[in-house]
Design a protein around this ligand. Structure first.
Ligand SMILES: Cc1cc2nc3c(=O)[nH]c(=O)nc-3n(C[C@H](O)[C@H](O)[C@H](O)COP(=O)(O)O)c2cc1C
Length: 188
């Protein structure tokens, strides 16, 4: 099984990029295959049907193919005003569009997903998770019922980006293991 891990923020020193790295470290330790994706490498215009009508942007095509090659998604999901970030929504929207030049690939349906969030506040960005869960579910992905939420982001990460709190590391490990189990079960 292979997991696609990415952050919904491209900000330098993004807490969500730290979380994505923490997830990758644990997948690595448990011997799983993964890709750590940096959305900054795949800039896309804000979705517009006229742009699509002129041809799916190259980065949207590439991202569709990258999504399709993986069995599970791990998304570090920042919260803006109680919801998903425009960057993440835009990427999810572009990737959901058909690419007539590449048939029979599936970027979402049947894939598992684990959502991670953190924020400077005590709610840890959990309201956004609800929205991303709905979006992914509407795309026929199977989102784990549990998520990982890390409050007080400014104190949660060491200077090297690692999670400091052992309980939070353990919570991440538990949910990644649940993702792995579910993904393997679905592939049986
Ligand atoms: C436009 C905007 C709206 C935000 N709204 C929320 C919010 O509703 N809840 C929250 O916990 N944090 C909110 N924040 C703070 C973000 O959680 C914070 O900027 C966080 O660091 C973003 O993730 P990143 O570090 O991965 O970039 C908001 C930030 C911005 C820029």
């Amino acid at each position: 099984m292979a997991y696609l891990v990415f952050s919904g923020s491209t900000r330098r020193n993004s807490y969500h990029t730290h979380l994505a790295h923490a997830a990758v470290d644990q997948l690595d330790q448990s011997g799983q295959a993964y890709t750590l994706l940096d959305l900054a490498d795949y800039p896309l215009p804000i979705y517009d049907g006229d742009i699509e009508a002129a041809g799916l942007p190259e980065n949207a095509r590439t991202l569709r193919q990258i999504f399709a090659r993986h069995h599970g998604l791990v998304i570090a999901n920042p919260e803006y005003n109680g919801s998903i970030t425009p960057l993440l929504k835009n990427v999810l929207d572009w990737v959901s569009r058909k690419d007539d030049s590449v048939k029979d690939i599936e970027p979402y349906a049947g894939k598992t997903a684990l959502l991670l969030a953190t924020s400077p506040g005590s709610l840890a960005g959990q309201r956004a998770i609800r929205h991303t869960r709905e979006i992914l579910t509407s795309l026929n992905a199977i989102v784990l019922p549990q998520h990982v939420a890390v409050p007080t982001a400014s104190q949660a990460f060491a200077p090297n980006g690692e999670l400091i709190d052992e309980k939070q590391k353990a919570a991440l490990k538990t949910q990644l293991n649940a993702l792995i189990q579910l993904t393997e079960k679905l592939a049986d």
